[in-house]
Design a protein around this ligand. Structure first.
Ligand code: 13P
Ligand code: SF4
Length: 339
């Protein structure tokens, strides 16, 4: 594509000025974004960054967002816990949440007075879809007085029925903070089993699964070990137990990044969503990332054209019913108080 051709997607031209404004960004991304794609991304990146400033908006991006979003337009990024914390700390009037719907709801619950935008309302999550508020009420009837710990990958309505939330970064700490011999842990079966293996607390389990992580198998992991004897295998705790048993390290998306940063393995495989490896590889060009690709279709609904449109129209604004918001916020705030 020549310098003045139009990109098609949004009709924004790739001019020499745009090329220059985005040159430094591309220098960082050239190992993960082919040159032929850059004239499509660059005008959008420049337009989004300009509009963001005019709107006093910031972009929070989850670690699974594509590199052109993660490194091109995000102001802050991280795992679910980091995004929740950053949402509380910002002074911006508008937050565009580049992630899935429960993450945008979390940002809204913690910032009721701010405008929280999600570029695509359909960006869901198979875990969040696996349980309803009514399911939680029935569990409470079945296990009276057992506290309910809810993974943040749930709707606000489910959080509202819970005692406390957690993320994969603080789940064991949260479970143990309750001082109870037994807890109900919702909705991720594999994360619950992982927690149960790390604590004396008896964990009552629900059978929700992440459609991305449940597809990894222990045979995939032993295959990597056979192929590369020096490989470090890092896995997300939403993977099945036999996969976690084969891994060298288990942690949240940010914990995996921290592990890579601290240990600088020569070769690594991240058993999680595709874009993670691209995003981390940008920071550590000397490390070889073996890239299995299980893609989260919900995360991938967020694109640069939709982010630009969201900033232009201030859509889609996340709103939460007041009756649900208050107890859901309490469950989140209890989590943030734990650590
Ligand atoms: P993290 O909190 O580890 O980023 O995980 C969120 C998620 O959706 C993983 O699938
Ligand atoms: Fe939900 Fe899994 Fe996608 Fe994370 S990767 S948002 S848990 S479906």
């Amino acid at each position: 594509m020549t310098a003045t051709q139009r990109t098609g997607a949004t009709d924004l031209p790739y001019t020499p000025e745009v090329a220059q404004a985005a040159a430094l960004t591309y220098e960082r991304l050239r190992h993960v974004i082919p040159a032929i794609e850059w004239p499509v991304h660059a005008p959008l990146i420049v337009a989004i960054n300009e509009l963001k400033r005019r709107r006093n908006a910031i972009i929070l991006a989850h670690n699974y967002q594509t590199p052109e979003i993660f490194h091109g337009v995000a102001d802050l990024s991280g795992d679910s816990l980091a995004l929740a914390r950053q949402a509380v700390e910002t002074d911006a009037e508008v937050i565009v949440l580049c992630g899935v719907h429960f993450m945008a709801e979390t940002a809204k619950l913690l910032n009721p007075e701010k405008t929280i935008l999600i570029p695509d309302l359909e960006a869901g999550c198979s875990l969040a879809a696996s349980i309803t508020a009514e399911d939680v009420r029935l569990l409470r009837e079945r296990y009276p007085s057992v506290p309910v710990v809810t993974y943040v990958n749930t709707s606000a309505a489910v959080k509202a029925e819970s005692d406390i939330c957690c993320t994969s970064a603080n789940a064991v700490e949260v479970v143990e903070s309750l001082g109870s011999e037994r807890v109900i842990f919702l909705p991720d079966e594999f994360l619950a089993r992982h927690i149960a293996s790390q604590t004396e607390v008896d964990v009552i389990i629900w059978k929700g699964h992440c459609e991305v992580h449940e597809r990894f198998t222990s045979d995939d992991l032993s295959g990597y070990r056979q192929q590369f004897s020096d490989i470090q295998i890092l896995a997300h705790p939403e993977c099945p137990p036999d996969v976690l048993a084969e891994a060298d390290f288990v942690g949240s998306t940010s914990a995996m990044i921290g592990h890579v940063e601290k240990n600088r393995p020569q070769r690594v495989v991240l058993i999680t969503e595709c874009s993670m490896s691209d995003n981390v590889a940008v920071e550590f060009p000397e490390i070889e990332f073996i890239r299995p690709c299980n893609l989260c279709p919900h995360m991938k609904r967020i694109t640069l054209p939709k982010i630009l449109r969201s900033l232009q129209t201030l859509e889609h604004q996340v709103e939460i019913d007041l009756q649900v918001a208050e107890p859901a916020r309490r469950a989140l705030e209890r989590m943030l108080a734990v650590g």
